[in-house]
Write a protein that binds this ligand. Structure first.
Ligand code: AMP
Length: 282
């Protein structure tokens, strides 16, 4: 059955005004409703929608923010070409039962410049930071601002960006924010490829190669779980990726404190990340 969308309902779902967001959330809270925030950069897919479903299970109201945050991109990265499709996003979010979509522009997010006193903590050390040194300071800067605007009771982030989840959890504790951080499992396609807005960059041939990422990852995680030497298992995964067509592997790394193997690799102009647990799933 096809669903029809009423443009005025969709317009009512969206606000780009901080004051209107804050006022609506305060009204909900004074009615006794709990409020979840799901921060995104748009170009939404099933992975984002799984976060929304989790948010709506955990809270009475769900706000989704869509903001492609310039401070987490380096000048040579894909800020300008990052996929943007606000009308498709709004339709998806309306169907998912979201209560409000916050779409601030850059001036709303950074009215007095992009500098921030908030810096990423110890969880940001290594991995992504070795290759994207600007990234986590940009993330905590924007997430802290979004939390300030929305004042949610809880916020949902994907385990797809596992280091990011750890960095945000640490920031919330360091700042003593009264916000519960919930991690959502990684949504994958039928071939196990983690869903990502950046998968849209992949050609058909690159997509075939991309599907090896989770296979190499899971093999390394299983080998480590079975007692193999972690460095050797990670090196083997890295060699496998290069063999099957990845152009560059930024890292394959085992973090015992997170019980995870984390991976980042490039195919052509696309950089993909993924991770898997090294503990048996229950
Ligand atoms: P992004 O729009 O890429 O910044 O992602 C917004 C949120 O969605 C982040 O918390 C991501 O970790 C999460 N996310 C993105 N892709 C997935 C996925 N495949 N599975 C679970 N969460 C995801």
């Amino acid at each position: 059955m096809s669903q029809t969308f009423n443009p005025s309902d969709i317009a009512m779902l969206r606000t780009d005004k901080r004051a209107s967001l804050t006022e609506t959330v305060q009204r909900w809270k004074s009615d006794g409703d709990s409020v979840a925030l799901v921060p995104t950069m748009g170009a939404l897919h099933e992975g984002h929608l799984s976060l929304v479903r989790l948010a709506l299970k955990a809270a009475d109201r769900c706000v989704v923010s869509i903001f492609v945050n310039p401070t987490q991109f380096a000048p040579h990265e894909d800020f300008d070409s990052y996929p943007r499709d606000i009308s498709a996003d709004l339709q998806l979010l309306q169907s998912a039962g979201v209560d409000l979509v916050y779409t601030p522009d850059e001036a709303d997010m950074y009215p007095s410049g992009k500098d921030s006193a908030i810096k990423a903590g110890a969880a940001a050390k290594g991995l992504e930071t070795d290759f994207r040194p600007h990234f986590f300071d940009g993330v905590v800067n924007v997430v802290h601002r979004l939390f300030d605007h929305a004042q949610p009771d809880l916020a949902v982030f994907g385990e797809k960006d596992y280091q990011q989840l750890m960095v945000i959890d640490e920031m919330v504790q360091a700042q003593s924010l009264p916000i519960e951080i919930t991690g959502a499992p990684i949504a994958r396609d039928a071939h196990g490829l983690a869903l990502s807005s950046r998968n849209a960059y992949l050609s058909a041939e690159e997509l075939e190669i991309a599907r090896m990422l989770n296979q190499a990852l899971y093999k390394a995680a299983q080998d480590i779980q079975g007692g193999a030497d972690a460095d050797a298992a990670c090196d083997e995964a890295s060699a496998l990726l290069l063999n099957c067509g990845f152009d560059k592997v930024d890292y394959v790394s085992y973090k015992p404190e997170w019980n995870r193997v984390l991976i980042a690799a490039h195919i052509g102009k696309t950089r993909l990340i993924d991770n898997a647990p090294t503990t048996p799933s229950t």
